[in-house]
Ligand binder design. Structure first.
Ligand code: ZN
Length: 364
């Protein structure tokens, strides 16, 4: 993995390149931006650069430390993420750790349907990190700790990390990766060099994907359906997402005609509410992208600069039916909801409220 393998994000990579080349790399880095934007890959590339034999301002991708980092077996690069559920975590001494991952109200119940991972990075994992950070590196000039997703550290874990951030051990570098940095304590955020990542314009991402040998048509579809997020664009199930997009757009079209359609669509909200958090975010992303396009199309933005350019005619009609102002207001409320969304929030209620707002009806 080298910087050249990262799609887009040139200004961010340039900043990191300068920091790496300066010989005074910060002790803590916070990479933040939407899910799937590619910040995890950047974190890995930076970790690689920090242990690379060339000692340069980017990873060579070919030396032994670079390859070990990529394969997750470099002794000085530690990745901290959510642990699998039901797997009791063994301390090095053999004693089992009590599960303190359910420190906030409501999430224990929710955990049952949010995949196979624990909802939180727990304090014991951070204590491990701190212990390791105090050791001298084994092979590289420093030790690197990648905490991803850092916004899944529970309160105890964040507080435990804070001390290390305040007085970082000499040769340790912490890289925090977060799609919801506002869930981090302000004191944690303020001790990191913060680098933000945004989705790429769809056209730009499509041309980057084409340069990697993808057909024009597939590149455009992936760029649009991923909302310009390179990581998501490469990983997405194109057919499933196309279907979901059609479902979301036809619901919008129907609801834009008025509150009468609402009753028939409410069961859909329940389905969305039952899905896991990732699926909910995917639904919100699609809805937001479509509504933003609808607002822009209705205000006369040319169709080729829309995210979902292939649906330009339908989106212009939707924007006309909703009115650009209401479409824009809906986009803002989705942005706010995504920011506020925590696992213990009732997802069905959120989905119902959005469908009602689309229909111009009060929330049920
Ligand atoms: Zn290297």
């Amino acid at each position: 993995l080298t910087f050249a393998d990262i799609l887009g994000h040139e200004p961010q990579l340039e900043l990191l390149r300068r920091a790496l080349g300066s010989g005074r790399f910060p002790h803590a880095l916070l990479l933040h931006g939407p899910q799937g934007v590619g910040k995890g890959a950047v974190a890995l590339a930076v970790a690689s650069a920090l242990v690379c034999d060339t000692g340069g301002s980017e990873p060579c991708g070919a030396c032994v430390p670079c390859r070990k980092t990529e394969h997750g077996n470099h002794p000085d690069v530690m990745r901290i993420g959510r642990l699998p559920k039901k797997e009791s975590r063994k301390r090095p001494g053999g004693a089992e750790e009590a599960d303190d991952g359910t420190g906030e109200d409501g999430e224990g119940e929710e955990a049952g349907r949010s995949g196979d991972l624990r909802p939180f990075i727990i304090v014991a994992q951070i204590r491990d990190l701190i212990e390791h950070a105090a050791f001298a590196p084994r092979e590289a000039p420093r030790r690197v700790f990648v905490v991803d997703p850092a916004d899944r550290m529970n309160g105890g874990a964040q507080n435990a990390l804070l001390k290390t951030l305040e007085e970082p051990p000499g040769r340790a570098v912490l890289i925090l990766v977060a799609s919801r940095p506002h869930l981090l304590l302000p004191t944690v955020r303020s001790r990191c060099l913060s680098v933000g990542f945004a989705p790429l314009p769809a056209e730009r991402l499509a041309s980057l994907l084409q340069r990697r040998g993808m057909s024009r048509e597939e590149a455009l579809a992936r760029a649009a359906l991923s909302g310009g997020r390179p990581g998501a664009a490469l990983g997405l199930d194109l057919e499933a997402l196309r279907e979901l997009r059609e479902e979301v757009l036809s619901a919008c079209e129907e609801l834009a005609r008025g509150p009468k359609a609402l009753a028939a669509r409410l069961p859909q909200a329940e389905g969305i509410g039952r899905a896991d958090e990732g699926a909910m975010l995917e639904w919100l992303d699609l809805l937001e992208g479509l509504l933003r396009d609808a607002a822009r199309a209705a205000s006369g933005v040319p169709s080729e600069s829309l995210l979902h350019a292939d649906l330009a005619a339908r989106l212009a009609a939707l924007g006309g039916a909703l009115g650009p102002e209401r479409a824009a207001a809906l986009v803002r409320s989705i942005e706010r909801l995504r920011g506020e969304m925590r696992f213990n929030l009732n997802r069905t209620l959120i989905a119902e409220a959005l469908l009602a707002a689309l229909a111009g009806a009060p929330a049920p």
